[in-house]
Design a binder for this molecule. Structure first.
Ligand SMILES: Cc1cc2nc3c(=O)[nH]c(=O)nc-3n(C[C@H](O)[C@H](O)[C@H](O)COP(=O)(O)OP(=O)(O)OC[C@H]3O[C@@H](n4cnc5c(N)ncnc54)[C@H](O)[C@@H]3O)c2cc1C
Length: 511
């Protein structure tokens, strides 16, 4: 029986893991977390997926309590700015497409041919809320979509049926500290110290870690949350890390925390703006924006990237300190080796274009609990876990490659090279298919990776990659679809007229 778990690392991954394990197992398993005061957290990772709702609800946390304490805001989707034509934008929202006569509204949009309005504005409600900067909640706290109020309870990603309509933005350091408090109050032993050495036993399992000031710490199961260092999984256990740089070349980022000039305006979405050698994120938090430029150092130097970022969002604010980050893009061949499981950046990371880092963490923790080992360390469980983690990462890798392949920009060497770069064969086939018909759940990547077919289509159509309309629709009653689209627009107008602004709602829960 596994009685003790030792987590090394106290970033978002370490504290999400510690708090979830306590919520799941309570005092039946001892959890110790060791974090170094010398090595700081990465300090980014502030936008999430809508499925993160399951995580907070599993912990029994109330959004009205934790969100203000983490300087949080709402995210209804991602706004892609300048990815096709400078000045143009489209959204990838958390909203499944409605269906009419067995076909999605996207199919009908192609058939009806009224492209005076872009696809996302005609087929999703959420885009109107984004443009108008509305909150997804009324001032009385009720949600704009019916039937989804209240907690999702102790459910996991596997239990998701209806899609929750929003995700969160939050301050990375505040969320780690909030979860640390939660975990320590529930009995996690927190040790602030640096791990200097890792000892293996005769089976190659980790027997204990040696710390600078607290001596040796033994455990049954070790979780590596040491970030890009991979102290346990890579350095001690020598696991191979597979780079994705051949298809996803962005290998650096520079981040700035920028106070907002107008504090009473807040966007309920993440913005991803195309730049000369990559793209820039804008994540609105309650008191500031998080900004960062993700780029490839083959095309721009760190100094030039910092200059371009500052010129775009904070001219004249030389006092703001830039955080330069070297990114390790790819995944371990296996994230669970012997008695060590890597979670967070130590396991895998694709660039942050679709905010998938925290999703990977949530997915890994849930799968660890579902494949939980005993003293026999059944290799079939380990294999099944690793396959699941690898498939999810590989699926997201392909989805991100699609962003660059489908983007229309070719105005700089970086964007020209993006068109020439190789891509996985399976993705090439899928893009071929997408040129002829919309993708569906069967034809997007096989295996759970958090994205549904509507996401793949939202990106392609947003980037003006349109297949011809499905000929079957010529034989159906188009008036039903026209009415459905008109109804959707009516609902969107009513919501824009009645929902409070994102800022006003958050101000109300911030007291
Ligand atoms: C540029 C960028 C932008 C990102 N944006 C997003 C986003 O918008 N959304 C999203 O979901 N994800 C995003 N991510 C990913 C996200 O930041 C991470 O998934 C998340 O922060 C988890 O980090 P971590 O805990 O694995 O690592 P870290 O935050 O690096 O934490 C590592 C921990 O290990 C400890 N440690 C290291 N060495 C030792 C040692 N020897 N002894 C003891 N402790 C040690 C450190 O003290 C620290 O506590 C982004 C990542 C990058 C690089």
């Amino acid at each position: 029986m596994i009685r003790s778990i030792v987590i090394v690392g106290g970033g978002t991954a370490g504290w999400m893991t510690a708090s979830y394990l306590k919520a799941a197992f309570a005092d039946r398993i001892d959890v110790t977390l060791v974090e170094s005061a010398q090595v700081s957290r990465i300090g980014v990772g502030e936008a999430t997926f809508s499925t993160v709702r399951h995580f907070f609800d599993f912990l029994g946390l109330d959004e009205a309590d934790w969100l203000p304490k983490c300087a949080g805001g709402y995210k209804l989707g991602i706004r892609f700015q300048d990815w096709s034509i400078p000045g143009q934008h489209f959204y990838h929202p958390f909203e499944r497409l409605r269906s009419v006569e067995g076909f999605s509204l996207a199919d009908w949009w192609l058939e009806l041919g009224d492209h005076s309005q872009p696809f996302d504005r005609q087929c999703f409600i959420t885009t109107a809320l984004c443009d108008a900067k509305r909150s997804p909640r009324m001032l009385d706290g009720s949600l704009f979509t019916t039937g989804m109020d209240g907690s999702l309870g102790r459910s996991t990603l596997d239990d998701q049926r209806a899609q929750f309509p929003y995700a969160y933005h939050f301050d990375a350091d505040k969320v780690a500290s909030y979860l640390a408090d939660y975990a320590v109050r529930r009995g996690v032993r927190r040790i602030i110290d640096s791990v200097e050495n890792v000892r293996l036993d005769e089976r190659g399992h980790i027997s204990n870690i040696q710390t600078a000031e607290h001596g040796d710490i033994a455990g049954d199961l070790f979780i590596d949350c040491t970030g890009f260092r991979g102290l346990l999984i890579n350095k001690a256990l020598d696991t191979t890390f597979m780079s994705f740089e051949d298809v996803l070349p962005n290998n650096r980022a520079v981040a700035l925390r920028v106070p907002r000039a107008d504090v009473t305006e807040m966007e309920p979405y993440t913005t991803a703006t195309a730049m000369s050698a990559g793209w820039m994120w804008t994540i609105p938090l309650f008191q500031r924006n998080g900004n960062g430029y993700v780029y490839s150092d083959q095309f721009i130097s760190p100094e030039e990237a910092e200059q371009e970022l500052r010129a775009a969002i904070a001219p004249g604010r030389d006092d703001l300190q830039a955080n330069h980050i070297r990114m390790r893009i790819g995944r371990n061949t296996e994230s669970w080796v012997k008695n060590c499981v890597a979670i967070g950046l130590s396991s895998a990371f694709v660039e942050p274009l679709e905010s998938t880092g925290i999703f990977f963490i949530q997915h890994a923790i849930e799968q660890l609990v579902k494949h939980f080992p005993d003293e026999h360390w059944n290799p079939a469980l380990t294999r099944a876990y690793n396959n699941r983690i690898n498939r999810a990462v590989d699926g997201i890798k392909e989805f991100l490659v699609l962003h660059y392949k489908s983007a229309r920009r070719e105005d700089t060497p970086y964007w020209k090279a993006a068109k020439l770069r190789p891509m996985p064969d399976s993705l090439a086939e899928r893009l071929d298919l997408a040129a002829n018909r919309l993708l569906d759940e069967e034809t997007i990547y096989q295996g759970y990776h958090g994205f549904e077919s509507y996401s793949w289509n939202a990106m392609n159509l947003g980037l003006n990659r349109r297949p011809p309309a499905n000929p079957a629709l010529k034989h159906l009653d188009a008036n039903i679809a026209r009415e459905a689209m008109a109804q959707l627009q009516k609902e969107a107008d009513e919501l824009v007229a009645t929902l409070p602004s994102c800022y006003d709602y958050l101000a109300s829960i911030n007291g």
